[in-house]
Structure formats: structure tokens, C-alpha cells
Design a protein around this ligand. Sequence first.
Ligand SMILES: [Zn+2]
Length: 301
Amino acid sequence: MNQSKALRALVCSVLLVSATSMIISGCTRTRAGINTENAESAVDKDSIATNPAKELPAAPAPESLKIANAKAILERRQIPILCYHQIRDWKATDSKTAKPYIVPVDAFKAQMKALADSGYTTILPDQLFSYLATGTEIPEKSVMLTFDDGDADQVTTGLPELNKYGFKAVYFIMTVSMGRSIYMTKEQIRALSDAGHVIGSHTWDHKNVKKFEDADWATQIEKPSKQLEEITGKPVKYFAYPFGLWKPEVIAPLKERGMVAAFQLSTARDENDPLHTIRRIIVPGTWSGEALIKNMKSSFK
Ligand SMILES: [Zn+2]
């Protein structure tokens, strides 16, 4: 399968958290039907750079911290971490299984407004790491926003909403698609980093880490980190598992390659290494702001 064909079909298996129950669902993320005529949006550097951000408390470098044992980390209150993919209105061609990955613009606006109105502060991975690893205090109403894959609408449509409230986010980039079709350019990624957002790794082409062979560690982890570091001038320390899938055996090789923490979706955290199995929830476009807040509280305790 050639690259562009591979890109069109990202087969996902994810855990979605609903208001009342956890639903395990499989999903096929298909790019084939997406109209890309507006994809080459100009880089809106001004909207990135003029972000009226709230100052986050400075966090020490993760490498400098003495990390608590796993039991202590698992006992800490979990901070809600939200996972988004595309921010755009649904189209007739969007399949039912694709829709959980697409949050319509008004829904996203309502969700960000609800976070702000409810008094939430966005924290970044260094703050989260410091809190989990050592118990550093963070605001009572902390939330982390994460965006996977590197879709350009996360910047062109999503970012202005974050900027209204001074929110910062983490962008986990799949490097194979940078600059292509509906994805962010290197310039957009650089501008995000310059504006204080965090750029993390999401592999080269979204390969399931459970299926890694030896050569994949260079292709999927080492080279993408190097490329992102060249773009941003900052180290890549955080990783999001494609499809949220992981197994305990990949944690040590990820650590060896500089990943101080890694993010999955909604399965239980690893009892020996909760920092490399941090939970997130995918926020569907069907959630109102109120539903988002309710689900955050019930999913992260
Ligand atoms: Zn992904």
C-alpha cells in the first residue's frame, strides 16, 4: 500500500466514554471522502502569536525530578485530559464511525466556553508530569487539551477558540502527513510551539505500537522526534499512542528514546508505569458544554 493510500485509511479502535457508561467501539477513520479543497488555508501566524495566554506556573524539567513509586502516582487524583481530532462541521459523506473524531465548530466553541465558564485552567505536560511524579500542587480545576494527528483545522478553526480563554494545548503530530492535504504545515507547527503550546509525537505514520518490529523504533519514534525537534527547537518528551493502543513491553524502549510520559485513551493505567499510560477521553461532537464537564468529572477521579 502506498503512503497516500495508507493515509486515507486509519483504522482505529478506541474507547469512548459516554455520559452513563463506557462503550468499547471499533472505528474506521477514513480520509477518502474528505473534501480537501479548503485544506491549504493560509498560516494564520497572527492568531497563533497573539494568544493572550494566562501564565502557567513554571514546571521543573521532568528529567530532574525524583519520581514517586507507581502506587503513589496511581493514588493521586486524575486530571481530566481531553483528546480531539478534527474540528469542523460534519458532512454528508462523514460515516457514523468517523463522526466521533470530528467535532463540529459550534460544539467545540461551546465546549471551550464551558471549560472557561467553569473555571478550568489548561495545564501542559510538564505541569502534569510534575504533579503526578512528585505531587506538586496544580490548580484544583486543571484540564489538559490534546489534539492528535496534526489536522490543520486544529489550528485554523480550533486555536482561535483556545485563544479566547488563554488556553494552551498539546499537539501530537503524525509526521508523515505534515504539509499535506488537510494537515498542518511545518510553519504552523513551529508557530504553535513558539506560542507556548507543546508539540508531541504520534509516530511517523500512525503505526500501532503493539505491532512494532525492530526497525520501527527508528522509523516511527527516533526520526519523527528528530524532525519535530528540528522544527520547534525543543525536545520531544511526550508521546500519544496511535489508536490509544499500548502494551507494557513498549514502555522501556519509549523511555530509552526520551519519552518521559505517554498518553493512551481510556483503558486502565499500567500498574507499574502509570506515567506511560496516562488516560484521556475522546470528546465527541455530540457533547454539549455541560455534558463535557459532567463527563470529565465522572471519568477522572
Ligand atoms: Zn491518531
